[in-house]
Ligand binder design. Structure first.
Ligand code: SF4
Length: 234
């Protein structure tokens, strides 16, 4: 419900406040979205395991207007906002300490029509590092013994895009603010699966075509959790 309508009704202040917060976050996040380069593929969208990959889904998502993609619940918006704050505390510190080469700067590969925005690129011990920040709950934080897989792939994509061959994954425990760091070197073999999937997507993107369906019916495992299921099967 819009704030204007709610004010006319007899909603409690708590409900009105919820609606107001949702409106503020929506505007903030839409502004953030506008500042991002439009119409490219994003690193985060490439990291799909083969059993969940559908080139048709990737092309449909690419073609979807941004405002449809932002159709998030208030709760999800607040989770994203919280993530932003946790990132900002580290980024602010790097800036203050003057070790930040770049913070949230988007890099683009024309060849792959791909953008990626590392959380930071920082100077440590006279070397540049890609810095990927991950905030997590205590239970997840405690269970991590090796570099988290998705973050490692993401950092490798950023290393590929920036040409910086090393990265640090900074894991931040949201409960007690303890940290773990993982120091990794560029390993292109980790990207092969995702790049070959992306090649297939690019083939359809360049031909301006919608790929054939991966699923056989709306009952397929993939179709059941796909937002384009109706488009494909109705
Ligand atoms: S429903 Fe299946 S075929 Fe259609 S886009 Fe989704 S995953 Fe691909």
């Amino acid at each position: 419900m819009r704030l204007k309508d709610a004010l006319k009704s007899s909603f409690s202040l708590t409900t009105l406040f919820d609606i107001q917060i949702d409106k503020m976050l929506r505007e903030y996040q839409e502004q953030q979205q506008k500042e991002r380069p439009s119409k490219t593929f994003h690193v985060s969208g490439l990291i799909t395991e083969p059993e969940n990959f559908c080139s048709r889904q990737k092309i449909l998502s690419y073609n979807e207007p941004d405002k449809h993609k932002q159709d998030l619940t208030g709760g999800t918006r607040r989770i994203f906002w919280n993530g932003n704050i946790h990132h900002a505390k580290w980024q602010g510190l790097f800036l203050h300490a003057k070790i930040a080469e770049k913070i949230e700067v988007t890099h683009y590969s024309k060849k792959l029509h791909l953008t990626g925005t590392p959380d930071g690129i920082i100077w440590l011990w006279n070397k540049l590092y890609v810095c990927e920040i991950k905030t997590m709950r205590m239970e997840v934080f405690r269970s991590i013994k090796t570099p988290p897989k998705a973050a490692t792939i993401q950092a490798n994509f950023y290393m590929y895009l920036t040409g910086i061959p090393r990265a640090v994954i900074l894991c931040d425990n949201k409960n007690d603010h303890s940290i773990k760091t993982f120091w990794i070197d560029f390993d292109p073999t980790l990207l092969y699966t995702y790049l070959s999937q992306h090649d297939e997507v690019l083939k359809y993107y360049r031909a301006n075509k919608i790929p054939p369906k991966t699923c056989m019916s709306a009952k397929d495992k993939l179709a059941k959790k796909c937002k384009y299921c109706d488009y494909c099967f109705k």
